[in-house]
Ligand binder design. Structure first.
Ligand SMILES: Cc1cc2nc3c(=O)[nH]c(=O)nc-3n(C[C@H](O)[C@H](O)[C@H](O)COP(=O)(O)OP(=O)(O)OC[C@H]3O[C@@H](n4cnc5c(N)ncnc54)[C@H](O)[C@@H]3O)c2cc1C
Length: 266
């Protein structure tokens, strides 16, 4: 079968757990510059094999169909040929079981454009930045931090990451290291199903925010003028946090109607 449209190669694959992976892809040609938080398409043909731990496809792909989906780039913006992605397997999905079956050296399609308005560079200098994530919603923040933490010493930057278990907290080591290394960066992981070794927060993100953790721990009261919020991840969490922010006067950011709350659901 013809796969000549593939324009990149897998150069690294780290399984965070059986259904979450960090994959690095080297494109044949350097990409145009992009902004932290943007996304691009990954694609594989329907004829590619699915992972051994996937389920029956709910909507079977045709063998000659190029299945394409958007993924947030986790790499620094200085990396225009090595792109990193943080991907969760939807077991009955079309693309992710095929992505999970890839090995180092395998070929893949990467979209020609890098797009998206979930961008740190659209926030005013000096504002504090709160980044809220569940699941793979953490990926754009890794790009934010790798690209810009050094350039925003005057902003407090806080990641609040929610997950069920400790092993679902992707990038935990990197985020912990950054929090120990930069005086303006703070990392707040919270688990809803922790084991007995966990001594951190044990609440859903929405409940944590309602308990005034930002005021009590960081002296930040949500104020659209001084603090920008990014909210990324599962739709239910995104909806609850957005509602909570509305009460403080936040509005959702759109390119033609700027707001102080940046939202990405997936
Ligand atoms: C801007 C943007 C950025 C994204 N970035 C990422 C990223 O960084 N990492 C990442 O893993 N995904 C990301 N996604 C989601 C990604 O594009 C795919 O939708 C996802 O990987 C599922 O693709 P699939 O082909 O395997 O499933 P599909 O065949 O598209 O879906 C099969 C079924 O599963 C449902 N489904 C889709 N996603 C989920 C889910 N997460 N949980 C449960 N059910 C689901 C669908 O509604 C459908 O019914 C992003 C989406 C957008 C819009």
């Amino acid at each position: 079968m013809d796969s000549s449209i593939y324009n990149a190669e897998v150069i690294s694959k780290i399984m965070v757990n059986p259904d979450i992976m960090i994959v690095q892809i080297k494109t044949d040609e350097p990409k145009n510059e992009f902004e932290a938080g943007q996304n691009t398409l990954l694609g594989l043909y329907g004829f590619e094999k699915r992972s051994s731990n996937s389920a029956i496809e709910s909507d079977p792909a045709q063998p000659d169909q190029l299945i394409k989906r958007p993924y947030s780039i986790a790499s620094s913006t200085s990396e225009t040929q090595h792109l990193e992605f943080y991907i969760s397997q939807v077991k009955s999905g079309q693309l992710t079981p095929r992505l999970f079956n890839l090995n180092i050296g395998d070929r893949i399609y990467v979209g020609t454009k890098i797009t998206g308005h979930f961008r740190l560079d659209e926030t005013p200098d000096g504002t504090d930045i709160i980044m809220v994530a569940t699941g793979t919603g953490i990926a754009p923040y890794i790009s934010f931090l790798r690209s810009s933490i050094v350039q925003r010493p005057e902003s407090k930057m806080i990641v609040i990451q929610g997950a069920a278990h400790r092993w679902d907290l992707g990038y935990y080591s990197e985020l912990t290291f950054l929090a120990e290394s930069y005086a303006n960066f703070f990392y707040v992981p919270t688990l809803t199903e922790p084991d007995h070794h966990w001594d951190g927060y044990q609440l859903p993100i929405e409940a944590l925010l309602k308990k005034d953790i930002l005021q009590n721990q960081f002296n930040i009261t949500p104020d659209p003028e001084r603090t920008r919020f990014f909210v990324s991840g599962k739709p239910e969490m995104v909806g609850h946090v957005s509602d909570w922010l509305h009460d403080f006067g936040y509005s959702r950011h759109h390119p033609d109607d700027p707001g102080e709350m940046y939202v990405e659901e997936f």
